[in-house]
Design a binder for this molecule. Structure first.
Ligand code: ARG
Length: 434
């Protein structure tokens, strides 16, 4: 046995011993004293509370004096008694690997490795903004899977990620790429036509690491040569995709703007309708009956109109936005009134990552109470993800994901745009509280 080999073995044994010793002393405890806590589930503000964390989990929540008296003397205390604490926020529709400056033809010059690195930078921005969990709905080359794993393994900081891999779509549809002439023979990687091809694509996307399936059921705004209002996949194709995904333990999120496509996707059994811009009365009722979530990105309109041309969006895309954007906001208000489930999703990547919370103001302007807007980004979003047992609330057993603001967000929702403290999994990742 060579000398280096002996040294390596000895070091390994020492490391194992050290890890064991660490395990014996138990996970680190922390008592977080908070001025007030937003109890999202019961819709109330609890003053002078405390949260006990152990390792990456919350173990106790209660009045500060009670928890302080009970905790072992050596438990370190983090004093946030001037702040209001909420569960870490959740955005269920982002594209971390996409940089908003690369719209339209500019996107063609960005490699998949470069996209992955954009993803790392954007994951950090998103986390700093108070979003501790996000669902990434569409990325090239499985850059999203790599990013999810890099974050989980501690290589780069970022939110917890659920990712879809590349989005399934029809030839020439919103999730294909129609920018180049035929001789380039370019098509997006998850284009699949027909129920069996679509099933095979679901299997392939899951094989390479997707947590859920994203599918384009209708045309889009920012794509070339299609219309948001028209249906793309047929019912048979959507049904095959949903069946296959469910069989393999995955949910399906469907991009759908047009009323027919929305209803077809709901009937096929998708978990969420993304955008839902032109949803009609029947669609709202169907969503309500089936418990389908609507994820309406009503902040996007602002950014696209103000900056779309500068970042390279096509003139036809801007024209489509002028038609669809205002209708989407009206329909958001109707969905709120109808009592349809709504989860907070912004399509960040179209606009700059880290500005996710700007959408809250629009959700309140178009009919939600601040509490409902916060629920859409916490307990309701968690339910859509299938993660209601681990994120979205400050309760024992959940991940210690929490954020803090100065003031009462139930009165002023814009406070969520100024998050001063972020903890993810028991680790403080931001603290700029004055
Ligand atoms: N990715 C979406 C699409 O291209 C963005 C839609 C943005 N516009 C809006 N009003 N939400 O279809």
């Amino acid at each position: 046995m060579g000398r280096t080999r002996v040294v390596v073995i000895l070091l390994t044994i020492l490391l194992l011993m050290a890890t064991k010793a660490g395990a014996r002393s138990g996970p680190t405890r922390l008592l977080v004293k908070v001025g007030a806590l937003v109890d999202v589930r019961h819709g109330r503000l609890l003053p002078n509370h405390a949260i006990l964390t152990e390792g990456d989990r919350i173990t106790e929540v209660g009045p500060a004096d009670v928890l302080l008296a009970r905790a072992p003397k050596e438990t370190p205390v983090l004093d946030l008694s001037r702040l209001t604490v909420l569960p870490g926020l959740i955005d269920v529709h982002v594209h971390l690997t996409v940089n908003p400056e690369h719209a339209g033809y500019r996107a063609l010059s960005v490699s998949v490795p470069r996209e992955a690195l954009h993803g790392a930078a954007n994951a950090w921005r998103t986390l700093q903004a108070g979003f501790t969990t996000v669902r990434n709905l569409g990325a090239s080359g499985y850059a999203d899977v790599a990013l999810r794993d890099a974050i989980a393994e501690g290589d780069v900081p970022g939110p917890r990620l659920l990712v879809s891999g590349p989005a399934l779509g029809i030839t020439g549809g919103h999730c294909d790429n129609n920018l180049l002439a035929p001789e380039f023979r370019y098509k997006a990687e998850a284009v699949a036509d027909g129920p069996w091809a679509a099933r095979a694509k679901v299997r392939e996307v899951i094989k390479y690491g997707a947590d859920l399936i994203k599918v384009c059921a209708t045309g889009g705004v920012l794509s070339k040569g299609d219309q948001p209002g028209t249906q793309q996949y047929t019912f048979e194709e959507l049904r095959a995709i949903v069946e296959e995904a469910h069989k393999l333990g995955r949910k399906v999120a469907a991009h759908a703007h047009g009323a027919e496509g929305i209803k077809t996707a709901i009937r096929a059994g998708v978990a969420s309708i993304e955008h839902a811009s032109l949803i009609d009365e029947e669609g709202l009722q169907l969503a309500k009956e089936r418990g389908t979530y609507l994820v309406m990105d009503i902040y996007n309109h602002e950014f696209i109109l103000q900056h779309g041309e500068r970042v390279g969006m096509l003139p036809e895309a801007l024209e489509k936005e002028r038609q669809v954007g205002p209708l989407q906001r009206e329909n958001f208000a109707r969905a709120v009134r109808a009592g349809v489930k709504i989860a907070f999703g912004t399509d960040a990547g179209v606009y700059p990552h880290g500005e996710n919370a700007k959408q809250f103001t629009y959700m309140v302007k178009y009919g939600m109470t601040p509490l409902e807007a916060i629920r859409s980004a916490t307990i309701w979003a968690a339910e859509l993800l299938g993660w209601a047992d681990r994120v979205g609330a400050l309760e024992p057993g959940m991940f210690a994901d929490l954020i803090a603001v100065e003031g009462n967000p139930l009165e002023d929702i814009t406070l969520l745009e100024r998050v001063v403290f972020v903890m993810k999994g028991g680790v403080v990742v931001k603290n700029v509280a004055p």
